[in-house]
Every structure is written in structure tokens, then in C-alpha cells.
Design a protein around this ligand. Structure first.
Ligand code: ATP
Length: 529
């Protein structure tokens, strides 16, 4: 399998809806529409067919060929076989649009599909000189290389606000007519419900609207929480995204002053006022650095600071097992993220995903590489206010395309905390555990923990707390110092890796910590020695 060369990019001003008609009128023989929404595509094709005075004939593996709108009446028995069905497409003399539903199992590269793939090439040849079009509708793109040049792929995005508005109007009319219930929505409520539904399919939205009406006999802006929980379901089902309820405050992060100030300066950048002021919405940031030094913490804190929901994008899982529908999944994940924008999309461990994409041609037919390609393209083209906060520990796996200017606003290097930062981290974590930092010998702790990450400092405090709790005494500096002595920090076990990371970061990224902090620390260390 490989990406068809002829992939159709929807031009900025032409919607996929219009594009479909244009392709049919331009007599593209085989159009592969990527969508979950079969019935929406069928309705659209019916409109086009009526306008162009053509028949719409549908095929599925269970029904064979049927004339649209009369599923059983005009079923042509025996044509459930895909090759025979395609033969019938070639033989039919009448102008027609054929809609083949869920045909992807037959178009993928597989020995058992040799005949279908060959027949599709013949269909393409025959149809280019006819008034017939073959439309394949499937949620997944699976195309054998032989078909690359004869199939045109069209991504059919999820419904827009206008489509949901029409759906809502229809539901309100139906409810009034049949259940004698009056749904009165103010224009503002209506807009809020429509906005909340963005990211759902029409079917899903219809279900959720119906559910809210059945539950309490009416539909109002308060019901948005149900719509929202429906979205959470989708997010969960996508397997790649999860809602993250952040309780982390920017004050919970010790050090990283440059990064924090960069983020703070952008906290109002998604507002209407900022837009009018001429500010572009921030695109995103990449945090590269040593493990356990607060990269994830920043992702959580930024969502709170900016008052935006946080979606964690599990990049690591992308190359683990998600092969089959992962291309569709990523498209869906992106469109769901866009639909709840402004949002912070936390692309965690992005290096792991790219590690999986290298050489993926050998392991999964290149799916992971294509998924990552989709993600990178979206990064550079995205219009919606989705702020991408990507984190990575290993830069050797990151492709240059990700680091190129334009995709993200900035790359920050998050190093091991310097002395001033370690002091703050001790402060934060002692406070968190209801201990007054003033009662501790912070200079001694700071000195002893040189080379420790924030996570290791936290661990040392927790480990000391276990010890003293067991001994039945209160926590003192000596206990924490003892725990520090017993820890072998990553900076020792991974010294080479960390030096390489620093060397890479120098000149390529901004430092998350203030450089003068580092210089001061170094000076002080010299004096202490
Ligand atoms: P990884 O690459 O392993 O995911 P990370 O850089 O994302 O590491 P975090 O998950 O943010 O590290 O850190 C782990 C924990 O260590 C945090 O939840 C926090 O409690 C503590 N910690 C790390 N750095 C800091 C810091 N700068 N200030 C306060 N706490 C910190």
C-alpha cells in the first residue's frame, strides 16, 4: 500500500461537497471518498445524480447492487461479488453514479484482491469515456499501488455548523409535529449547541440531540454537557486522544523561567482582542529535554493558565498497535481537536512516534509514516486555534520537517535544574506535602542534589517521608539528604545521552531556564568548592 499520487487537496475556497460534484462533472472515473458518513455521502450523490439526470446505484458486500432508495426492490442478486459488480458497472450503458460502500477490504494490497484491483483498472479505463462514475466510500484509505494513478482520494470532512443548524431545525420540527413538544431556543443557545456538536458526525449529533430530548423533554444550552460527554466518547474511541483534567498551576513549576514567561506572554493571544490587534494565534512549541524535568508539567500548567481544555495525544501508541484505521483515526483526532478549539493539544513523546515511523514501510506497510505525514501537514496548514505542545526526550528520532520554522513557534530545551531551580523545586514539593521549607537546610539539599531532575527531587522527598513515617518521627533535612545519597540520578546513568542532548540543543533551541541563573549557579558552585 502506498499513498495515491492523485490525492486530492481540497482548494481553500472549494468545499469537499462541491469538489465531489466537480470531480464527477470532470468525469474522474474512480473517486475514493474518505468518510464515516455513508448516508451523508449517499444523500449528496443523490442530489448530484438528480441534477445531472443520472441514476444512483449503490453496492455493498451484503446487498449487492441496488438502486438507491429501494434497497430490496431492485437488488440484483449475485452481484455481491465485487468483480461481477464491477463488470456490471462497465456493461451498463446508462449515465450513472455508482456508490460502493466499505470497499476498502477489496482495494488494499493483498493476493486475494488481484482480480478486483485489475478490474478496477479496467473500470477506470472504461469510465473515462462514459457518463458513469464509481465512488468508493470508506472510513479508511487502503489502496494497492496499482491503483494509485487511477483513483482520486477526497477527504470528506465532518459536517460544518450550517449542517448541524439544519439538522437541529429538522429535529425541532419533528419533535413539534410528533411529540407535541415545543423546543424554543434563543439564537445564542442554538449557536452554542451547534458549536458544541462540531466534531460529531450527523448521525452522532442526531443521536445526542434525540437523547437529550428524550431525557428531559427539552433541548437547551444546558444540554451541552451531554454533547460534550458524547465527544469525550469519541475521543476515547479514537484511541489516540484523552481529556486531561489539569490541576497543575504555573506556580507548581520550579525554574524554567524563560519558558514560563514565553507561555505567560501568550496567555491572551487566542482572544478576539489579540486577533484584532493583529496577533497570529500561537501555533505550538516543542519541549526537548532530560526526563523528569517538567515538560509534562508545563503542558498541564499551560492549559490552566490559558483556560483552555487539554487533550493529550498519545503519540507513543501510534506505532504500537494502531495500524488498520490509524490514518482515519488521526484525521478524526485532529478534527475533534479542531472542533473544540481553542484547545491545547499535548503531543506527548512525539519522538517515540517518529521512531516508529522510521522503517515503518517494513513493519506496517508505511502506515505509521503516512500517519505522521498527515500530522506534519496539518501542523503547517492548520487554521484553527489548536496550540500544539509537543514533548520529546530523544532528538535523534525527530525529523527535520518537525523542526523547520513555521510548523511550531519555538523549540525549548529543558535541562536539569540548576541550583536556583532546585531550590524552588524543593520549596514546591515540601509545601505540597505540608512542610514549611523554612524548617529545612535548603542550601545543603540544593548542593547534595546536583544533577538531579525535578522528578528525582520529588522522589527523594517522598522516599524520606516513607522512612520517617515508618520510624514515627517528623521529616528533617537529614532524612531528605539520606534519600538523596541513596539515589543514583539519571544524569549519572545517562551522562552521555544528556551531553549529546545539550550539544544538539545549543544553537538550535532556546533554553527554558534563564541563562544568567545558570551562570550564577556555576559561579556559586566554584566558590563552594
Ligand atoms: P518525561 O520525559 O519522563 O515525561 P517530563 O520532563 O515530562 O519527563 P514531568 O513528567 O513533568 O517530567 O515531571 C515528573 C514530575 O516531577 C512532575 O509531576 C513534578 O512533580 C516533578 N517535577 C519535574 N520537574 C519539575 C519542576 N521543574 N518543578 C516542579 N516539579 C517538577
Amino acid at each position: 500500500m502506498s499513498e495515491p499520487k492523485s490525492e486530492q487537496k481540497t482548494p481553500a475556497r472549494v468545499s469537499a461537497r462541491e469538489e465531489l460534484e466537480i470531480l464527477i462533472r470532470a468525469r474522474y472515473p474512480i473517486i475514493y471518498v474518505v468518510s464515516w458518513e455513508e448516508s451523508r455521502i449517499e444523500r449528496r450523490l443523490k442530489e448530484i445524480a438528480n441534477r445531472r439526470k443520472k441514476q444512483l446505484i449503490c453496492w455493498s458486500v451484503t446487498t449487492g447492487l441496488t438502486t438507491s432508495g429501494s434497497m430490496t426492490a431492485s437488488r440484483q442478486k449475485g452481484l455481491a461479488d465485487p468483480v461481477e459488480a464491477l463488470d456490471s458497472v462497465i456493461e451498463n450503458k446508462e449515465p450513472a453514479i455508482y456508490l460502493f460502500k466499505d470497499f476498502h477490504p477489496f482495494t488494499r494490497q493483498r493476493d486475494s484482491n488481484v482480480a478486483v484491483v485489475r478490474k478496477l483498472r479496467e473500470v477506470a479505463q472504461a469510465l473515462s469515456d462514459s457518463y458513469k462514475t464509481l465512488v468508493i466510500c470508506s472510513p479508511i484509505v487502503e489502496i494497492a499501488p496499482e491503483l494509485e494513478k487511477v483513483v482520486t482520494v477526497l477527504d470528506y470532512p465532518l459536517p460544518d455548523a450550517a449542517a448541524f443548524d439544519r439538522l437541529l431545525a429538522r429535529i425541532c420540527e419533528d419533535v413539534a409535529a410528533h411529540a407535541k413538544l415545543k423546543i424554543s431556543l434563543t439564537p445564542e443557545d442554538r449557536e452554542r449547541i451547534v458549536q458544541a456538536a462540531l466534531g460529531l458526525t450527523l448521525q452522532e449529533a442526531e443521536n445526542v440531540f434525540a437523547k437529550t430530548i428524550v431525557t428531559d423533554g427539552h433541548l437547551s444550552a444546558e444540554d451541552m454537557s451531554i454533547v460534550f460527554s458524547e465527544k469525550q466518547q469519541i475521543i476515547r474511541k479514537s484511541g489516540l486522544l484523552e481529556y486531561y483534567e489539569s490541576t497543575t498551576d504555573i506556580g507548581d513549576i520550579g525554574g524554567l523561567e524563560q519558558l514560563k514567561s514565553w507561555l505567560q506572554k501568550r496567555s491572551l493571544a487566542f482572544s478576539e482582542k489579540a486577533k484584532q490587534f493583529g496577533l497570529p494565534a500561537p501555533k505550538g512549541v516543542l519541549l526537548v529535554g532530560v526526563q523528569g524535568c517538567g515538560k509534562s508539567l508545563c503542558a498541564k500548567a499551560v492549559s490552566r493558565m490559558w483556560n483552555m481544555p487539554l487533550l493529550r495525544f498519545d503519540m507513543g501508541r501510534m506505532f504500537a498497535s494502531l495500524v488498520g484505521s490509524s490514518e482515519e483515526n488521526i484525521r478524526r483526532a485532529i478534527s475533534v481537536a479542531e472542533s473544540i478549539a481553542p484547545v491545547v493539544l499535548w503531543a506527548d513523546e512525539i519522538d517515540k512516534a517518529f521512531a516508529g515511523s522510521q522503517g515503518s514501510a517494513n513493519t506496517d506497510g508505511g502506515t505509521t509514516a503516512r500517519v505522521m505525514g498527515t500530522f506534519l501537514t496539518w501542523l503547517s496548514e492548520k487554521q484553527q486555534p489548536v496550540f500544539v505542545l509537543a514533548t520529546a526526550n530523544n532528538i535523534s528520532q525527530l525529523p527535520p520537517e518537525l523542526l523547520r520554522k513555521g510548523r511550531l513557534d519555538e523549540i525549548f530545551f529543558v535541562d536539569l535544574p540548576n541550583a536556583a531551580e532546585r531550590r524552588q523545586i524543593f520549596h514546591i514539593h515540601l509545601r505540597k506535602r505540608n512542610r514549611d521549607p523554612k524548617g529545612f537546610d535548603l542550601p545543603a539539599l540544593v548542593l547534595a542534589s546536583e544533577g538531579f531532575s525535578g522528578a528525582e527531587i520529588e522522589e527523594a522527598i517522598i522516599s524520606a517521608l516513607y522512612d520517617v513515617f515508618y520510624k514515627g518521627k517528623e521529616l528533617e533535612s537529614v532524612d531528605v539528604l539520606e534519600a538523596i545519597r541513596e539515589t543514583v540520578p539519571l544524569s549519572k546513568t545517562m551522562a552521555e545521552g544528556i551531553s549529546a542532548l545539550r550539544a544538539w540543543a545549543d544553537g538550535r533551541s532556546r533554553f527554558a531556564s534563564r541563562r544568567d541563573d545558570i551562570t550564577n549557579t556555576e559561579l556559586r558552585r566554584k566558590l563552594e568548592m
